[in-house]
Ligand binder design. Structure first.
Ligand code: 2AM
Length: 183
């Protein structure tokens, strides 16, 4: 099974993210129900390893935190834009969660995500380079800031490739610790 670990985005924020869409030729906008903040992409995982992973992720004891989306950009860079994204204000607890879930996967024998953690939400994948439209989007959204939201859980997802496209299914949710119980 093809797995990844991510944070789901509340509906009201999801709508605001969807509303950032503009008319960029060749852009494939991520469908609203697939918008998420990836913590670790794990790829193909044996079912036994996935079960072990679920048990170990459930043992993580990290506190809840607040995230705030801010700014837009593209990967790998503005001259060769393949992915348009919205970024986040720095939050050490988010980095800690990503490091911890990656270490947990590795401890379960699941090869570690190779890309360094770079907090973002993918908005669109670009087939062609249309400099005018992409520059306009980036200029327009470089200072975008969405309302903060509380992250209370993270989720293990299965990603299936179907004839209708990619389907993401939440397999397990893992609660973070309520701020009042952090000590
Ligand atoms: P991203 O869009 O947040 O960058 C589920 O497929 C998620 O895992 C995607 O949203 C993508 O994250 C990430 N992902 C998919 N394929 C990947 C790969 N080969 N390497 C790393 N991350 C990948």
């Amino acid at each position: 099974m093809r797995l990844f670990i991510a944070i789901e985005i509340p509906d009201d924020l999801n709508n605001k993210i969807v509303n950032l869409r503009t008319d960029i030729p060749g852009a494939r906008w991520v469908p609203a129900e697939q918008i998420h903040l990836t913590l670790a992409f794990l790829g193909e995982v044996e079912e036994d390893d996935a079960e072990l992973l679920g048990r170990e992720l459930a043992r993580i004891k990290l506190p809840e935190f607040t995230l705030c989306f801010r700014g837009a950009g593209c990967f790998p860079d503005r001259h060769r834009p393949h992915v348009l994204w919205i970024g986040l204000e720095p939050e050490p607890l988010l980095d800690k969660l990503a490091v911890t879930v990656r270490a947990t996967a590795l401890a379960c024998g699941i090869r570690r995500e190779e890309r360094a953690f770079s907090p973002h939400i993918t908005l669109a994948r670009l087939k062609e380079h249309v400099p005018g439209e992409i520059d306009a989007f980036l200029d327009q959204n470089s200072r975008v800031k969405l309302p903060p939201f509380s992250v209370r859980e993270f989720t293990l997802f299965q990603s299936r490739l179907t004839p209708q496209g990619v389907v993401h299914t939440a397999l397990m949710n893992f609660q973070l610790k309520h701020a009042a119980h952090n000590t």
